[in-house]
Design a protein around this ligand. Structure first.
Ligand code: ASP
Length: 360
């Protein structure tokens, strides 16, 4: 097990100071010359490996998490650990780059967007499809661009992207709007219902009106460290059985469910199904409706099949991704709130995670 460490690899002319938080994943892999196996890369030697970084006028420090993981092993306790690193280094750095495996990067970016309350500095997640130690790696470009974005400022000196974002290939997205869409393509992430915050070409073109501003953030950073794990994602399919669904919803300690429905938020209108939904909501479980479609919004008023679900007390998740919906549930249900307060928070966009114009 590697020890947690922070060390400086500062460039000569300081403009912004960036902390890279290395959590594991493909981006950090290089080939061991002796065994030929993929082993974790030591980002402490970042300048030797990527001399081009010297041309970015940023100071870079690296924090390696104590245990480097394939992101398939990511747990809420790892999100808390990452958030704590950001909290304890918040005053020292202008921005943060989180190097993360791609498999659960959208979940982590969504979770951190909720957990980091009053965030006024950039937190840019990135990773790669090809290990950084391979010649054709996409990790090098992703890393360099993420560092540049984390250190970028607006004309008035404010950070350019003071929110949790995800940089991959040629796009910077709001983190809680993303979804890993490809296991193979280098352009592996999408933001199905929200435009890119920046497009990376010859220049990095920022879509400034869409990016959160740090100006309105009056309170100091607060990190929510309680994530409620009494949650489940249920994807509907034709033929889903009453006993199966009943068994899942009867699980002890269940507090929240993301229900992946069809189309614009539609579900079966069979008596048993709607009764089960009503009973679940009446038991105090928060049930969020998100669509299985690749894009678009839940609009439960459109069809009877959605209306009946709404009447049963199921909440609209509008155009939220499943990743954002489940991590928001964990965050909201982890606060010490009444059921009514939790429901109110779930109905409002609190970090730009769903689109207000989709509200009716
Ligand atoms: N399994 C890896 C991970 O998520 C895949 C990757 O990083 O691309 O950690």
């Amino acid at each position: 097990m590697q020890r947690s460490s922070v060390w400086s690899v500062a460039s000569a002319s300081r403009r912004s100071s960036i902390l890279i938080i290395y959590t594991g994943g493909t981006i950090g892999m290089r080939i061991d010359q002796q065994t030929g196996a993929l082993v974790p890369f030591d980002f402490g030697g970042i300048y030797e490996e990527f001399p081009a970084l010297k041309y970015l006028s940023v100071d870079i420090d690296v924090h390696t998490m104590p245990k480097l993981i394939d992101s398939s092993n990511m747990q809420p306790s790892d999100w808390v650990a990452m958030a704590e690193v950001i909290r304890s280094n918040y005053e020292r750095y202008d921005g943060f780059v989180v190097l993360h495996g791609t498999d659960t990067m959208s979940y982590s970016a969504s979770a951190l967007s909720f957990m980091l309350e009053n965030l006024a500095k950039p937190v840019v997640f990135t990773g790669s499809q090809i290990p950084i130690g391979r010649l054709r790696t996409d990790g090098r470009e992703n890393l360099i661009t993420a560092i540049e974005i984390a250190g970028a400022r607006r004309a008035d000196g404010e950070p350019m992207v003071p929110e949790v974002s995800l940089l991959f290939h040629s796009c910077l997205y709001r983190g809680n709007r993303t979804h890993k869409m490809s296991a193979e393509e280098l352009d592996a992430f999408s933001s199905p219902n929200f435009p890119a915050l920046a497009e990376v070409g010859v220049k990095i073109s920022y879509n400034e009106p869409l990016i959160s501003s740090a100006k309105g953030v009056a309170e100091p950073l607060r990190v929510a460290t309680m994530m409620n794990e009494g949650v489940a994602i249920i994807k509907l399919f034709p033929g889903i059985g009453e006993y199966t669904l009943r068994a899942i919803l009867a699980v002890e300690g269940l507090r929240g469910v993301v229900l992946e429905t069809y189309g614009a938020g539609n579900a079966p209108t069979s008596e048993w199904f709607l009764r089960l939904m009503r009973e679940t909501v009446e038991r105090g479980v928060v049930v969020m409706n998100v669509t299985q479609c690749d894009n678009g919004s839940v609009e439960m008023q459109l069809y009877e099949t959605g209306l009946r679900l709404q009447a049963a007390g199921v909440l609209s998740g509008y155009d939220m991704t499943t990743e954002a919906a489940i991590t928001k549930l964990m965050y909201v249900l982890g606060q010490n709130l009444t059921l009514e307060e939790s429901v109110e928070l779930m109905k409002m966009p609190i970090r730009g995670e769903f689109t207000l114009s989709a509200l009716v």
